[in-house]
Write a protein that binds this ligand. Sequence first.
Ligand SMILES: Nc1nc2c(c(=O)[nH]1)N[C@H]1C(S)=C(S)[C@@H](COP(=O)(O)O)O[C@H]1N2
Ligand SMILES: [Mo]
Length: 259
Amino acid sequence: MSLNRTLSRRSLLKAAGGLGAALLTGCDEITQSATPRRILASAEKLNIAVQRGLGRRALAAEFGEGDLSPSFRANGSTNPETQVYRALAQQDFADWRLDISGLVSRPARLSMADLRSLPSRTQITRHDCVEGWSCVGKWTGTRLSALLAKVDLRPSARYVVFHCADELPGEGLSPPVPYYESIDLEDALHEQTILAYEMNGRDLPIEHGAPLRLRVERQLGYKHAKYVMSIEVVDSLDKIGGGNGSYWADHGYSWYAGI
Ligand SMILES: Nc1nc2c(c(=O)[nH]1)N[C@H]1C(S)=C(S)[C@@H](COP(=O)(O)O)O[C@H]1N2
Ligand SMILES: [Mo]
């Protein structure tokens, strides 16, 4: 545990300096320097090993209102252009529904009102992007554990897959593909894992994933799927995208991105 603390991403980032841009963006920024990335890469491997051994159920640090970043950087897709998403956004997502399928006994199609009626959680946490910046935000959303209890996981369930509305370049010359992510049940049932519909006390803005995005606080930013349209419960990631379980894992990043 103390090893994990000592080598925390934040202390490495701080030690590495490069906080100048933080004043501009309201977020910690380290992208000006090439050195920290190498340090991060090796620290990440160590962190994953340490975390896997020492209980992934531990809570991520939570902060106070005074720690909120004055502005929270948006990254990756910030305004999906697919027709389906544009039409939904035009109606303020009134017609949006979340489909839950796969290894569940009660597949469901839920409205935002349905999701808001399930047990929720609010948390102020730090978002760490693999590119080397962090922002603190306040998130409110449905506990994923409550949602999974509602649809009733089958015994063979092992991973929860999130299918998103935005499309990003596919591999090589292939056409764009919808963003996708997945987590295992340990993270899915973690107390701080929520499907957020509010950010900093307001409806989730489009740039941050409206109407619904995942918060999986013990992992890096790319795991936090924005624009979630459907959830699929599976026993293997083999048939998801290129077989590595996530858009970025299929593009060379690690599937497990613990911090
Ligand atoms: N659907 C979708 N989810 C996504 C992304 C994306 O491009 N599409 N980018 C990821 C990355 S790399 C990060 S750092 C965070 C950024 O979330 P933010 O825009 O709220 O800062 O979203 C993650 N989730
Ligand atoms: Mo990211």
